[in-house]
Design a protein around this ligand. Sequence first.
Ligand code: CTP
Length: 319
Amino acid sequence: DTNPTASTRLAKNVDPHPPSCNITAAKHPSSSWTFNKTLSNLIRKNILRFLDPERDISILKGTLKPGDIIHYVFDRQSTTNISENLYRLLPTASPLKNQYHKRCAIVGNSGILLNSSCGPEIDSHDFVIRCNLAPVEEYSQDVGLRTNLVTMNPSVVQRAFQDLISEEWKDRFLQRLRDLSGSVLWIPAFMAKGGEERVEWALRLILVHTVDVRTAFPSLRLLHAVRGYWLTNNVHIKRPTTGLLMYTMATRFCEEIHLYGFWPFPLDPQGRPVKYHYYDTLKYEYTSSSSPHTMPLEFRTLSTLHRQGALRLHTGSCD
Ligand code: CTP
């Protein structure tokens, strides 16, 4: 069903073409907020018409075997094989099976988190989702420590862990994984070509050192299904970001969803500079036209949903 009437009702309030793309158009969401359970239930129901996050969060062991050929989601001409290691680390049941949480936090990686003191508030949620193995220890006051699910794009192995070139980087990577103890490590291994070796190195380390993480590899249909849901709501997203993917999936197993660290703009509402990531020196050029993402459009969509009470965006200090 690609044209649910209930979805289009929500779409009326989501303006994909605001009059100005100026960053000042992104207002600081107000602090008075009440949860709109009816809308949240409606969104969950409509998302379920496109994907089932319980199933699409990961390919399961029974569905593939080592040596099977996979076409990359965004590079259909290119293929990869299911390695022995990847097969061993496929879950046998959905990591989200029978999960239902009252309050979930999704932590994006924007520098808006710095000096927010949001750490304890984030950690108070029943389920905390983080993105791209972002560091927590050194920033715990602002971002918290609790992690129930964390994503890892293959590029993270290169960007944050120097392609594991030395024993020191391997140790750092292993330490980051060990800190996750028992959480879900969600690896989009089949999205774009180029990350095959990096995924393989990471998986080998997990197996050799018997790291206690529950690996998950998103289904091949997830990205298109998520894009389809938002398109039907008139939100034309080129390639959903990790943050939007997490929100879309979290609607399935969370009642109230709180977003922190979502601010894809170089200035805060008071005009002060904001780092692209809270933990590194990556610059905003990265989100420019060459990027496959449309983060400001996603942000405006999330802001609308915040105003409607479907989710809560936290962009200020938690003091
Ligand atoms: N995010 C944001 N504002 C920023 C940086 C990140 O709103 N300045 C949100 C986005 O939703 C993003 C999530 O936080 O998806 C995690 O950040 P990052 O690791 O940079 O996300 P990716 O989407 O994986 O980006 P990339 O494709 O560049 O790896």
